[in-house]
Ligand binder design. Structure first.
Ligand code: CA
Ligand code: CA
Length: 337
């Protein structure tokens, strides 16, 4: 066997080196880190930034489990479900039987596909596939709908094998879960069902606070919050306690309009044990409106860092000015890095 020419050897070495480099690059896990600027839960998920919560669920026999265990998923939260695609479950096994391989399935389920019948957890979906139920969605096959999904209503994620009889299964599937929280709930007031201000919002101060259901009065949607003062120089506000990750950069933003005598409005967050709040003083708002724009709001944004805290309190309110005055609020959002 003849030795390769020196030039050929060099090019072989270079090719090998490049192959090794390519392999190394592929094996570097997707970069996780905080978003460079505070952004939405969906953007954080699609760019693989740090989640609020990450875990690996172990589905013994593919049997059902729920996530999260200690809380719920809220509307606007974004979740990504990533099964370990090579994990296998036996759908009718007994531990003393040598597995013959015919009844082992990955989270993709049967191949070729076979629709599950009545009596299965998700009739119509592939038999023995990993199925998910998440608030606001029909049950779905996880591997057919990968990516980031936003919860439409409150609840938990339920994961299980699409097997009518799962007690006789063995083996296990592992499933990685990443949860990106939408910290503030119902910032647009669209989930408020009556004119009274209800959860998740709280109120401060003695004066009238109502939810208006009027498209022409809202910044977006049909609802907005209206704080009215008859004149007394007292504080009135809406507040909401929101979960945060410690030492993380956030941004709270909202849309406001006031009667033109209000220069006493404040918007921001209170950090426990810290005074004054991280806030912006504003009013009247907006500074200018086109004459024929009835729903003209101005946006106010405040940046903050959560420090050591896991909860902060968002607030928007104003001090009475001695005469009748109003503050109207819509589309509060909290963005996270
Ligand atoms: Ca079974
Ligand atoms: Ca609204």
């Amino acid at each position: 066997m003849s030795l390769p020419r020196p030039g050929a050897a060099r090019s072989l070495a270079a090719t090998l080196l490049m192959a090794v480099m390519a392999l190394l690059i592929q094996q570097v896990p997707a970069h996780a880190g905080p978003a460079p600027v505070p952004t939405t839960a969906m953007t954080r998920c699609t760019h693989d930034f740090d989640p609020d919560q990450a875990t690996t669920l172990h589905l013994s026999g593919g049997r059902g489990t729920t996530f999260p265990r200690d809380s719920i998923v809220h509307p606007g939260d974004v979740i990504r479900i990533v099964p370990h695609e090579r994990d296998e479950v036996s759908t009718s096994g007994w531990w003393w039987q040598p597995a013959d391989g015919s009844n082992w399935v990955t989270p993709a389920g049967l191949d070729p596909r076979q629709s599950a019948g009545a009596g299965y957890p998700a009739p119509g979906l592939n038999k023995y596939s990993l199925i998910a139920r998440l608030a606001g969605f029909q049950p779905f096959e996880v591997l057919r709908k990968p990516g980031c999904r936003m919860a439409g209503s409150a609840g938990t994620l339920d994961l299980r094998i699409n097997d009518a009889q799962d007690w006789d299964n063995f083996g296990a599937w592992n499933v990685d879960i990443q949860l990106y929280r939408e910290p503030l709930q119902d910032g647009g007031f669209e989930q408020q069902s009556t004119s009274a201000v209800r959860r998740p919002w709280n109120t401060e101060g003695p004066d009238t606070k109502v939810i208006l259901n009027d498209v022409g009065q809202a910044n977006h949607g049909s609802k907005s919050a209206l704080l009215s003062s008859a004149g007394p120089r007292v504080w009135n506000a809406l507040t909401q306690a929101i979960p945060v990750r410690p030492h993380t950069d956030y941004k709270i933003t909202g849309f406001f309009r006031t009667s033109d005598n209000v220069n006493t409005a404040f918007f921001g967050v209170r950090l426990p044990g810290t005074w004054p709040p991280v806030e912006r003083h504003f009013g009247p708002a907006p500074a200018y409106c086109p004459p024929l724009d009835p729903a003209c709001y101005s946006q106010v944004t405040v940046s903050f860092n959560s420090g050591d805290h896991t909860t902060v309190t968002a607030f928007a309110g104003f001090w009475g000015v001695g005469r009748p005055a109003t503050l109207q609020i819509d589309d509060i959002r909290v963005l996270s890095s």
